[in-house]
Design a protein around this ligand. Structure first.
Ligand SMILES: [Zn+2]
Length: 424
């Protein structure tokens, strides 16, 4: 059950904030002050004005920011861990479209999506940008289940009217259902619709053009995939011979705009990266998926240095790990593989940097400032390290944080706050 925090609440513990892309800021034995679910500030010593307020006491425990999973496919939850020996295009045909087609059944969707929402909360993911399937009703069920669980963010009914196997829509049907879904989505408070052309190969030019107009007219954001795999990039070139680069197939139809989300960008070159910077496009790095489907090693350090906005995603079920702590450590391992391959020319990411990508980088998408900044809705995760191995000496809080990032799972997540509510 979710429980709204009302009045002034002080959350006490070791507070660990990703205020910048670098080392976290740690306030030991501090107070995170929250009023009606909104952060007032982080204090090492309790200000006089807060004395006597209600305290949620996690003394000695680690308080992290809630995680934002900026790219995942809800209807692929039932196929987690399957077909991992196949390349992208074969994996889509053999497993993905067949699984997604099951979501024409609303009862199946309800069962799967309530389980997914609970799994997200248990693992500390409090906000998502998530794909549904082509099915309007199942998409609304997903939105209901997320909202009920206390998870916020953006949900997309997928559009695909070309080369999409069991999931292919007729163009007119895709348009009609998208409008029905947008109209019905107005009833939600914490989850909003986001337009979701699956990726260029699965949408006709007519549909892309129509989606671009709807995005512009209704002020709706857009999410899709970009430069994940070399075979996919070749296919996009054949489909759009007039476009020099993949991103231009979105730009041509008005889908490459402020807050557009592009998953992967593994093979984006300097020019494609610059186009992301110029239009405030968010690149979502999905390390586990990129390894599983053998897509490649995304140049995250390089993108960050150039100024690309990068956050993390689980990309289930290309990624086989839903917990963002696993995605975070997967990101670290991939960056080390790049450091090895470049003989250290591209330094690997640190734990603090990856923590930033898993939290603040994504929460900026929802309008938050970095860290537990005043004015942010409260999104927090409390870690209890009791289950972790005994240490041979007393650890610093920073050491404890770094160790917990690698070792903690849902059993170590003692409490979760999302959107100003206690949700676990
Ligand atoms: Zn994806």
């Amino acid at each position: 059950m979710t429980e709204q925090l009302s009045g002034l609440t002080l959350i006490k513990g070791h507070i660990i904030e990703a205020k910048t892309f670098g080392d976290p800021v740690i306030t030991e034995n501090g107070y995170l002050a929250v009023e009606d679910g909104v952060v007032k500030g982080v204090f090492a010593d309790l200000p006089a004005e807060f004395v006597g307020a209600k305290v949620e006491d996690y003394s000695g425990k680690l308080i992290l920011q809630g995680f934002s999973d900026m790219h995942l496919h809800a209807p692929q939850y039932p196929m987690l861990g399957m077909g991992m020996d196949l390349p992208l295009m074969d994996w889509l045909k053999t497993y993905t479209f067949k699984t997604e087609a099951r979501f024409s059944d609303n009862d199946f969707a309800r069962m799967a999506y309530s389980r997914l929402a609970a799994d997200l909360v248990n693992n500390g993911t409090t906000r998502v940008c998530i794909y549904s399937s082509i099915h309007t009703d199942a998409t609304l069920i997903l939105m209901e289940e997320l909202e009920k669980a206390g998870i916020g963010g953006y949900v997309g009914k997928v559009n695909m009217d070309r080369a999409s196997g069991e999931c292919q829509e007729l163009t007119e049907e895709s348009k009609r259902e998208t409008l029905r879904w947008l109209d019905e989505s107005t009833r939600f408070t914490h989850v909003k619709p986001i337009l979701t052309p699956r990726f260029t190969p699965s949408c006709t030019n007519e549909l892309m053009d129509w989606l671009g107009k709807v995005a512009n007219e209704r002020g709706v954001y857009v999410q899709s995939h970009l430069s994940e795999n070399k075979r996919e990039i070749e296919l996009v070139k054949e489909l759009h011979p007039d476009c020099e680069q993949y991103w231009q197939t979105y730009d041509k139809y008005g889908l490459w705009t402020d807050h557009t989300i592009m998953a992967h960008c593994v093979h984006s070159d300097a020019r494609e990266q610059q186009a992301m910077i110029d239009h405030n496009v968010l690149c979502v790095h999905c390390p586990d998926s990129n390894i599983n489907i053998c897509s490649g090693f995304a140049p995250v350090r390089q993108m960050k240095e150039r100024g690309v906005w990068v956050a993390l995603g689980s990309d289930i079920a290309g990624g086989a790990q839903l917990p963002m702590l696993q995605v975070l450590t997967g990101c670290l391992r991939m960056s080390k593989a790049r450091a090895i391959a470049t003989e250290g020319k591209e330094p690997f990411l640190t734990v603090g940097e990856a923590y930033y990508l898993a939290t603040s980088a994504g929460s900026r998408y929802f309008g938050d400032a970095d860290g537990f900044a005043p004015g942010n809705p409260l999104h927090a995760v409390v870690l209890d390290e009791t289950r972790l191995p005994p240490s041979a000496r007393e650890l610093t809080v920073k050491e404890r944080f770094e160790r917990a990032v690698y070792l903690a799972d849902d059993r170590s997540i003692a409490a979760v706050y999302g959107g100003g509510k206690k949700i676990k």
